[in-house]
Design a protein around this ligand. Structure first.
Ligand SMILES: [Zn+2]
Length: 508
């Protein structure tokens, strides 16, 4: 299967924050999972670079907008490589490819009769790049998100005839598989049921945008332009992407992972735009929650913004990946708590999984000539094998639904069960009895095999720790046939084991 997974295209108004890092990590885990099960993946991330807000930010710094975009865009690219993100594409909406695609897409929509000229009046937030609904008697309204004064606008705009797609969009958003998690669906169904209004897709006073062909003075509204980045990303190394049904690679088997605040753009406006251009609509839109810090909303004014670069330098990528994906149910809001982060990482990774591996490898090396024990019954029925089998099946289902927390919990369950298994069998007592060495071999093998399963299943979430566990197990044939390798009994008896070392140093 060929599949496309996207993060939002992040607005380059400011440097990357933990929220965008969180979305990108989740998409990375999802993309890695799909590659492991044998799918061809187009993992897209990138930046959204146009709009009045960028223009004003650049003006305030006394530089050209493109200089500002270049610098923030580079910060994103550097950050993702430091975070070990496996994206296949990084799209910039200032690229020639993208601009060309926007022009051609607009022409298709225009030719289809879905563009009209109209007047747009209303209160506008430059921060959100969005008109806001305001009570009639309010003459100095503020943006509820930015807490800044809204600006009154009354101008000629081009409109996309969204109202023509009322029926199709109603049908789409009521499909239970399109908007995930299901808790977010009602909000959109509600919005659509009130009647879709045509939305403005151009601005006449914004210079920093893509000019609308044939409409002098108009530039494209930043959202119309940015959403198309998902498609122009697919045109990497391809001169002209063909805007026809069935001609886009990795499409329509596409999943957009976004913050819940931009769900409307992705679940309503975007599908209608694609329908108008005669293209397939994506398979799924997943709206995840927001991150707070110690219970408080993060913001510049509070001075409590977590910098993903600083966190990375201090703790490393995998402890943070584990915390963000295992502590927060993906889809719901989450809270970053320093104390909880440290406890969780030390307990789960250093203690539960790390100690299990370390103590078992040490016993195996000490009693069995620095190797995995021999005389193994590979079909031995035992409680760890039974548990591992059900955990593998459940994990695959959870991965499919982006339920990372649930996968993490299962892996801890298997690790804890393996630790208990050792405590119960007490091989360190049995080994003193020459007649029971065979039993000890099998017990040690079963726990090592359980560690191998954990390492394989954890790979999308913690790729480096996964590889390190497999290396310490002397397991060579790594990740080529992942699903097949998940079968019990693949560790070879008598394999030499390297000297074990902690998979993670405890965080203080
Ligand atoms: Zn705003």
């Amino acid at each position: 299967m060929h599949i496309t997974i996207t993060t939002p295209l992040y607005y380059v108004n400011d440097k990357p924050h933990l929220g965008s890092t969180y979305t990108t990590i989740a998409c990375d885990a999802f993309a890695r999972y799909h590659r492991l099960i044998g799918n061809k993946v187009e993992f897209i991330t990138g930046v959204d670079e146009h709009g009045q807000k960028i223009q004003r930010t650049a003006e305030s710094k006394n530089i050209k907008p493109i200089e500002h975009c270049d610098s923030i865009s580079k910060e994103y690219q550097d950050l993702w490589s430091q975070w070990f993100i496996s994206n296949d594409h990084f799209v910039r909406t200032t690229s020639h490819q993208h601009i060309d695609l926007v022009e051609r897409f607009f022409k298709k929509v225009n030719d289809n009769g879905d563009i009209r000229i109209g007047n747009q009046k209303g209160w506008y937030c430059v921060g959100c790049e969005e008109y806001k609904e305001v009570k009639a008697n309010n003459n100095s309204p503020e943006c509820p998100i930015h807490l800044t004064m809204l600006e009154w606008r009354d101008e000629e705009n081009l409109f996309f005839c969204l109202s023509k797609y009322q029926k199709e969009i109603e049908k789409l958003v009521s499909d239970s598989s399109f908007i995930q998690p299901s808790t977010r669906r009602n909000e959109i169904i509600n919005f659509v049921s009130k009647g879709l209004k045509d939305f403005s897709i151009s601005r006449i006073n914004v210079k920093w945008g893509i000019p609308v062909p044939g409409y002098k003075g108009h530039t494209f509204y930043v959202w119309f332009d940015a959403l198309l980045g998902y498609i122009s990303a697919l045109s990497d190394n391809q001169q002209n992407i063909i805007l026809e049904k069935g001609k886009l690679k990795g499409w329509p088997n596409a999943i957009h992972v976004i913050g819940k605040d931009i769900l409307r753009f992705h679940a309503v406006y975007w599908p209608a735009m694609l329908m108008s251009a005669g293209l397939d609509i994506p398979q799924k839109v997943f709206g995840h929650g927001f991150l707070t810090r110690e219970g408080l909303k993060m913001g510049k004014s509070l001075g409590n913004v977590l910098d993903p670069k600083e966190l990375l330098d201090k703790y490393g990528d995998e402890p943070l990946r584990w915390f963000l994906l295992s502590d927060i149910k993906f889809g719901q809001d989450g809270d970053f708590q320093q104390k909880r982060f440290i406890e969780l990482v030390n307990n789960d990774l250093a203690n539960t999984i790390g100690n299990l591996l370390n103590r078992t490898l040490n016993m195996s090396r000490k009693w069995f000539n620095n190797s995995i024990p021999t005389d193994i019954d590979y079909n031995n029925d035992n409680e760890l094998k039974v548990l591992a089998k059900s955990i593998i099946n459940d994990s695959l289902v959870y991965y499919e639904n982006l339920s990372f927390k649930e996968v993490c919990q299962l892996l801890i369950k298997l690790s804890s069960a393996s630790n208990l298994y050792l405590n119960d069998k007490q091989p360190w007592k049995l080994i003193k009895d020459n007649n029971r060495i065979g039993e000890v071999s099998q017990y040690i093998y079963n726990v090592l095999e359980s560690c191998r399963i954990i390492a394989l299943l954890i790979n999308p979430i913690l790729p480096k720790i996964s590889q390190e566990i497999l290396r310490q197990l002397g397991y060579k044939n790594i990740l080529n046939e992942w699903k097949d390798e998940l079968k019990w009994g693949r560790l070879k008896e008598g394999t030499k084991l390297p000297i074990p070392k902690p998979i993670l140093n405890r965080i203080e």
